[in-house]
Each structure stands twice: as structure tokens, then as C-alpha cells.
Unconditional design. Structure first.
Length: 593
């Protein structure tokens, strides 16, 4: 495969100014001349306290690579009732030529910790398959089938193309001043914001420390994601026109890529965290607290071994194979073959899916792409954002017999020759992740920080918090503005307790209908007029995605983010951010001759 590409993200800089420093918006101490609000920082042209990144470089990435696949399969009919199928697939997917650019950063390697080289490909990717089909008795009306299979995926180029070495490209973060990321906190935008960097071409660094401080990406050795799938089901034919089937389906995803900042750690942990109160404590109680926000800040959010090795300026981003998922589904289906002008199908699926990650790039905010704390990745395990417990569909085609064969041309063509096809879809909702909107655990990343759960709170409600200080003026805890809320913002220095994907989104309940009217002009010539109504009853369904269209919607807008942020004015107001999926009409005309 030959695939030259070029991409530099945030080439002009990306800057966010949050609302107030009182809630610890800053994932670092940005060094503003005054403790101003986000609006004041913007108006007085100070560096943003919430988020700022800029990437540099314009080096061409080569996605060129070799892929070699081989497959063998055989079937044995052991008896007239039992067939066995066995297969084995081998896959070799090389590492793209562009990943070899990482070796230009070999000067930053630290033996035993991290090595910058062209990633090594996997060479033992064997994927077995086994299946069977069994028909008991002699009627041939019943079949039992089952199987197991492994299947490998590839690591798509969008991941390594975001992982250039600093010699080719680098990412500078606000709050990480040093090395090639030097900027002014006063007159920030007037002086160009974050530095433009070296532009195109390759850059050299005078010392190992300079290169390490500029390093913002790492590509590990290849570990391809793969799946394990298994199923068993029974199918039975009765009354010569009905087919009933029930099957269990399971799928497990292994070594799925996830986005991690491997040199950063959380300052606030389960063992070191500030409390969140539902009722105001006394000043004496606050003064008795020994853990303060300053205590937590003192921990530092760089992993000590990486900090000691010089990786303490930029976040080193790596797409690590730490993701996993598992799906269990009970699928049932009843089908009536097209006889006497009627075809019918009804299906119901009950399923449950768990994972520890859903997205690896910024494709959605319904669930964050990065873990809340990549030092505690097991804490990300939860019901998946792709989890829908129930899905029911019913569809029918009815070719109406009335006047269809009537000898009167007008009756046959004006009253008869109608065909209708209704479809009903019902699906239980998916779940989204509620965020605090700040870097609660102070690991330098607010993308995935969740909230504190109030078990006695009203489901679906949320609240901000106000900081509580001791007599020395240091923050030692937080007080919920609404003590009856279920989701409470985790303030800076608080360890969030909420799991991923707990907020229920709207469900799908939609009827579609199509109708066709046929006119016979003469033998062998026919005119067919069709009408289709999607969501025919115009039932408002404010769900993510599109029911009536095929398009890509990642939902990364600010409005969607705010609807999932604790304390936001439109928290949970999905009717303000998602389409109501309005009725869609279509007409068609067909000539047959």
C-alpha cells in the first residue's frame, strides 16, 4: 500500500478561557499576573488558564506498508446431520514507513523506561475459526449452529500521523513553558500566543534534555487490536412459511487503542482527596482538615520516573493497546416468508456491553476519548456508550389483494394494486458520561474528569460547588450548591467517584411507512408510484445521531458538552442539542415496460 499524507493539528493554536479560577479551572499554575476570571484573562490578554495547544511541523507522513494474509478452510460432513468447519487465518500487517520517523528521536530514549525507534510489527497473528451445523431428526426443519472466530484489525494511519517526533513536529501546551515552548503570559495573543515552532523540515536539538522536553508523542511497538466472537443458535421452520430463531452472540474486543498521556499522573487520588459536603461544615471542622489543595498540588502531575528522565514539559501522548470490550446478546427473530401477499418479520435483542474506552480520538463528547486517570485504567470499566439493552423491530409487506385481479380496469388500477410496508423500531437509550468541566484530579487534562455521586440525590440533576477554606485562606473542601443533586461537580483536588456512562439519553420509538400504487398500462408495462414517510407520526426523539439520514455526527459541539456538564444551565436538556428527528417524506415514480 502506498499512502503519502500530511496533517498538522492545531497549526494556528487552540485556546480556551474558562469561567473562574475559584473552581481550579487551571490544570497547572499558569502564572497570570492576577487571579483573574477567564473573561478578564482574555480581555487583558493573559495566557488562558484552562487550555491552550499548538502543533508545529509540516512533514509528509508515509503510510506505505506491506500486508500479507493467508487463509485455509475445510468442511467435513461427518454425518447426514452434522457438518464441521475448521479454518485458520494468518495476517502480517507491517508498520507504516512513516512510523520510522520516531527513530529520529532516539536521543530521547531512556533504557528501561522508553525507547524511540521504528515500532516492531507483530509476526504471530494467527486467527482460528471453528463452526458446526447440526440438524436433529429427519424432518430437516430444525438446525443448531455455533461457532468461534478470531479476527485482527489494523491500526489506522490517523493515530501515528498524530505522533510525530519533536524533530518533525511538536505540540506546545500552555502551562508547560520550557524548551521550545516558551511564551509570554502577559500580552499572550499580541505576541502570537504559543510559539509557531520550526515549521517544515527537520529540527535538531543540542542536548538530550532539550529533545526530551520537546517530546509530545510516542508510538509503542505494534500490538494489533483483535476480536473473539462466539455464537450458538437454534432455528426452526414450522407451518412451511414461518422461521423462528434464537441465538446467543458474544464478542470480545482486545488490545483496542486508547489515547493516554503516559508521563502524567493524577495529583488527587482516592487516598488523597478533598471532601465534598452536602451541608456546610463549621469553621472549626474546616480548620481541622489536614489535607489542603496546596498539599495535593505539591504531589505534582508528572510521573516521577518520567520527570526525572526529563519528560516534564510536554504531555507525551501515546495510543496504547489498553482498551477492551465485551458484548453479550440474546437475539430472537420470527419471519414469515412472502406468501399470500404477506411478509412479516419481528426481532428482539437483549444485550449488554461493557468497555473501558469508546473513542480514541476526538470524535464525540458523549463519552470522553481519554481516561479520567490513565494511571487507574481499570476505573474506566463500565457499561459502554454503545450499550442498548433492548431493541425491537417489526416490519411487514402487505400486497393488498382487493380488486387486484378484477376484470374491471378502473377498479383494478384505481382502487386495487396497493402495497404497504410499515416498520416499527424501539430501542432503549444509550448512556453518556457526566463531566465536572474542570481538571478535578489535576493530572493536566480535564477531558475525562467526572463528578461526585450523591446516592440520595434526585436522578438526572446536577450541581456546582463552592470552595471552602480554612482560616489560612487555603481551600480544604467544597460545598454543593444543591445538596439534593445526584451529580455534584468535583472541585479541583477532588477524586471523582462517578463511573462512565450513567446519564440516560432519550430512547428511540419510531414508525416508518411506505406505500406503493401500481397502474397497469398494458401487458408488460406498468407505472409504480411510491411514497415513503420516515417517523410518520412525527414523534420527537432527541437522540444522538440520525434516524432518517445516513451521515456522520460526532457531537463535539459546545452545546452538547454543556448538556453533560454538572451545574450547566442546560444540563440534561437534550431537546436543545439533538435533532427531534422530524418526519421525512419521499416520493418516487417508476416506469416498467
Amino acid at each position: 500500500m502506498i499512502s503519502p499524507q500530511s496533517f498538522t493539528q492545531r497549526a494556528r493554536g487552540d485556546y480556551y478561557y474558562c469561567g473562574t479560577l475559584d473552581f481550579g479551572c487551571a490544570p497547572y499554575d499558569a502564572g497570570q499576573p492576577s487571579a483573574a476570571s477567564g473573561l478578564e484573562n482574555y480581555l487583558f490578554d493573559y495566557a488562558p488558564e484552562d487550555f491552550g495547544e499548538r502543533s508545529t511541523g509540516n512533514v509528509q507522513y508515509a503510510g506505505d506498508q506491506y500486508s500479507i494474509y493467508a487463509f485455509g478452510n475445510d468442511e467435513w460432513r461427518l454425518t447426514s446431520h452434522l457438518t464441521l468447519s475448521l479454518g485458520l487465518r494468518y495476517e502480517f500487517t507491517g508498520t507504516p514507513a512513516g512510523t520510522g520517523l520516531q527513530s529520529k528521536n532516539s536521543i530521547s530514549s531512556v533504557p528501561g523506561l522508553i525507547t524511540f525507534q521504528r515500532p516492531e510489527p507483530q509476526k504471530k497473528n494467527f486467527a482460528p475459526r471453528v463452526g458446526f451445523a447440526y440438524s436433529p431428526g429427519n424432518s430437516g426443519d430444525t438446525s443448531i449452529r455455533g461457532g468461534f472466530a478470531m479476527a485482527y484489525d489494523v491500526i489506522y494511519d490517523n493515530l501515528p500521523i498524530l505522533s510525530f517526533p519533536p524533530q518533525a513536529s511538536s505540540t506546545c501546551d500552555v502551562g508547560a513553558a520550557g524548551g521550545s515552548c516558551t511564551y509570554t503570559t502577559s500580552g499572550f495573543l499580541a505576541n502570537g500566543g504559543l510559539p509557531v515552532g520550526s515549521g517544515s523540515g527537520f529540527k535538531t536539538f543540542p542536548t538530550q534534555l532539550d529533545a526530551q522536553e520537546a517530546t509530545s508523542a510516542y508510538i509503542p511497538n505494534q500490538k494489533l487490536p483483535y476480536s473473539e466472537s462466539w455464537n450458538i443458535g437454534i432455528q426452526h421452520v414450522f407451518a412451511k412459511k414461518y422461521i423462528a430463531e434464537v441465538r446467543y452472540v458474544g464478542t470480545k474486543g482486545i488490545h483496542l487503542p486508547v489515547q493516554a498521556r503516559i508521563n502524567r499522573q493524577a495529583e488527587a487520588t482516592a487516598a488523597l482527596s478533598l471532601p465534598t459536603y452536602l451541608a456546610a461544615p463549621t469553621q472549626a471542622q474546616l480548620d481541622s482538615l489536614t489535607t489542603t489543595l496546596n498539599t495535593i498540588k505539591a504531589v505534582g502531575n508528572y510521573v516521577p520516573v518520567y520527570k526525572n528522565a526529563g519528560f516534564d514539559v510536554a504531555s507525551v501522548v501515546a495510543f496504547e493497546p489498553w482498551g477492551s470490550s465485551i458484548y453479550h446478546g440474546l437475539q430472537s427473530q420470527l419471519t414469515r416468508n412472502f406468501t399470500n401477499g404477506i411478509q412479516f418479520q419481528a426481532a428482539w435483542t437483549w444485550s449488554h456491553m461493557f468497555d473501558n474506552s469508546t473513542a480514541d480520538v476526538f470524535s464525540t463528547v458523549l463519552t470522553p476519548r481519554r481516561a479520567q486517570d490513565w494511571g487507574n485504567f481499570s476505573g474506566e470499566r463500565s457499561a459502554s456508550a454503545l450499550d442498548h439493552r433492548h431493541r425491537v423491530t417489526m416490519s411487514m409487506i402487505y400486497d393488498m389483494p382487493f380488486f387486484k385481479k378484477d376484470g374491471n380496469w378502473f377498479k383494478r388500477n384505481l382502487i386495487g394494486n396497493w402495497e404497504v410496508a410499515p416498520i416499527w423500531t424501539f430501542q432503549t437509550p444509550e448512556y453518556a458520561t457526566v463531566r465536572s468541566g474542570i481538571d478535578s484530579n489535576r493530572n493536566g487534562d480535564a477531558a475525562g474528569d467526572r463528578t461526585v455521586i450523591n446516592p440520595k440525590g434526585v436522578p438526572g440533576t446536577s450541581s456546582l460547588v463552592t470552595p471552602l477554606k480554612n482560616t489560612g485562606g487555603v481551600v480544604v473542601g467544597y460545598l454543593a450548591v444543591d445538596p439534593n443533586a445526584y451529580y455534584i461537580q468535583a472541585g479541583s483536588g477532588v477524586f471523582p467517584t462517578a463511573p462512565r456512562n450513567t446519564l440516560k439519553l432519550p430512547r428511540i420509538n419510531s414508525w416508518d411507512m411506505s406505500a406503493i400504487k401500481k397502474f397497469s398500462v398494458r401487458e408488460g408495462a406498468e407505472i409504480e408510484f411510491g411514497a415513503q414517510a420516515l417517523n410518520i407520526f412525527n414523534h420527537a426523539q432527541h437522540v444522538p445521531g440520525s434516524l432518517n439520514q445516513i451521515n456522520s455526527i460526532g457531537y463535539t459541539s459546545t452545546e452538547v458538552t454543556n448538556s453533560l456538564q454538572a451545574g450547566s444551565s442546560n444540563f440534561g436538556a437534550f431537546d436543545t442539542v439533538f435533532s427531534n428527528q422530524p418526519r421525512s417524506l419521499g416520493l418516487s415514480l417508476k416506469f416498467t415496460f
